[in-house]
Design a binder for this molecule. Structure first.
Ligand SMILES: Cc1cc2nc3c(=O)[nH]c(=O)nc-3n(C[C@H](O)[C@H](O)[C@H](O)COP(=O)(O)O)c2cc1C
Length: 418
């Protein structure tokens, strides 16, 4: 569908996550948009994530009573209204003031868990206080200081986090070329960015007013005084990320963390078995939304071997590329207990804070419910590989790698967002 003529519509009338993305792109200054939307290097994996979903179609059954249908399920042993949790994403406050709190509220209102990132703008304590009803998960980036790591674990536990997701695919940051040029690079946060911000007054009002760019509230107590601004904190944390994250470190974390432990960054059977061996409760099959290793497999393609290896003994979640309710159904049909969504709710957040993120969740849920009915499988437990078929017409997608340097610096690279 051509969406160009919808430009004057309010985001509340958006019918898909792509439409929210398209609107968010106009709302945000380029550096914020590129941070959220972009991927690493040629963005092949970013695109492959979507292609992998498109390569599966559905195999509907007919004459099935679908009067009562729902997407209720259990995620990590507790009820969720759909098989989805909000993924950990850093710097949410750059999109909307107190963006982490807004996302946590949206998730709580729709009965799904919310994952707070280590590099969040609102702290663990702020979330626990503002959204006590949230099902809170906490994502850990392991820094090179063990005392800091242990303190974060203690804080997460005290804040009531039921699960810890240790991210393992980011020991070095992927080369996100858009970001390298514009995003909070202390040397480049200069006039062009300020000018861009001024051209996006709605965003500036919602995100900057009155205090300016938010910093990493969750890590404030560990940041040296001179590194506490938004721009410096990012660089500092990147430097302090341990490059020596190994299975031994994970064993140590396992011994210290009393709640559920998930390893976020598992892409094959061998690593999944290791995760099981060290006593993790689950894994997240992810390529970080195409933001880390460009050329890594699409997660939907990696899922079956992980499910085969550990699916009967561990929670297996998947993320990267969830944009429709049907994507959730495909992941569940191929054996995932549920999915995490990152950008889908961020686009909503950028447009309308809590209400926008809620809108994104509602779109995904409504699409999923509609799909379950059309598929003739009114509940999730009926989703199996037999509900799917390989589509012979899967869009080959645009095979041309997007080379930002060859394109205008105003965001015109966004071939996948109409
Ligand atoms: C803007 C942004 C920031 C992210 N920050 C983090 C983070 O702080 N920690 C983390 O483990 N993953 C982070 N991720 C990865 C997400 O947790 C998730 O794996 C990814 O977004 C899933 O892909 P999707 O955006 O296509 O749903 C981030 C992703 C995005 C888009």
């Amino acid at each position: 569908m051509k969406r160009r003529y919808l430009s004057h519509y309010h985001w509340r009338r958006a019918q898909s996550i792509d439409e929210l993305a398209w609107m968010a792109r106009r709302r945000l200054p380029a550096f914020a948009w590129e941070y959220v939307h972009g991927g690493a290097e040629d963005e092949i994996t970013l695109q492959d994530n979507r292609r992998a979903f498109a390569a599966w179609g559905f195999q509907p059954r007919t004459l099935v009573d679908v009067e009562t249908r729902h997407s209720r399920t259990t995620l990590l042993g507790a009820t969720a209204e759909m098989p989805l949790a909000i993924a950990p994403t850093g710097y949410n406050g750059m999109l909307w003031k107190d963006g982490d709190i807004a996302l946590a509220r949206a998730a709580a209102s729709r009965g799904v868990p919310f994952t707070l990132s280590t590099v969040s703008c609102n702290s663990l304590e702020a979330i626990a206080e503002a959204v006590p009803e949230a099902r809170l998960w906490f994502q850990l980036y392991v820094l090179d200081d063990e005392a800091v790591r242990n303190d974060m674990l203690a804080r997460a536990h005290a804040a009531g986090a039921e699960a810890l997701l240790v991210t393992t695919d980011t020991v070095v940051l992927g080369r996100r070329e858009w970001d390298a040029r514009s995003y909070l690079n202390p040397r480049r946060l200069a006039l062009p960015q300020l000018f861009d911000a001024a051209l996006h007054p709605q965003w500036a009002y919602r995100a900057l007013w009155p205090a300016g760019l938010p910093t990493l509230g969750n890590l404030m107590k560990y940041l040296p005084k001179e590194q506490q601004s938004a721009a410096s904190a990012a660089g500092y944390i990147n430097q302090r990320m341990t490059r020596r994250l190994t299975w031994e470190a994970l064993e140590d974390i396992r011994a210290r963390w009393p709640g559920k432990l998930l390893i976020k960054g598992i892409m094959n059977a061998a690593d999944a078995r290791e995760a099981k061996r060290i006593g993790a409760d689950g894994v997240v099959v992810t390529n970080h939304g195409g933001r880390q290793l460009d050329g890594a497999p699409a997660t939907l393609d990696a899922l079956p071997e992980v499910v085969d290896a550990v699916g009967d003994a561990m929670h297996v979640l998947l993320d990267s590329g969830i944009r429709r309710g049907g994507d959730i159904a495909k992941a569940v049909a191929l054996g995932a207990e549920g999915v995490l969504c990152g950008r889908a709710t961020l686009y909503g957040l950028a447009l309308g804070g809590e209400a926008g993120a809620t809108q994104a969740l509602d779109l995904l849920r409504d699409q999923l419910h509609n799909l379950l009915a059309q598929l003739g499988r009114p509940t999730l437990d009926q989703l199996t590989p037999e509900c799917l078929r390989r589509s012979p017409y899967a869009p080959g997608a645009d095979d041309t790698p997007r080379r930002p340097s060859a394109l205008a610096p105003n965001g015109e690279h966004l071939g996948d967002v109409p």
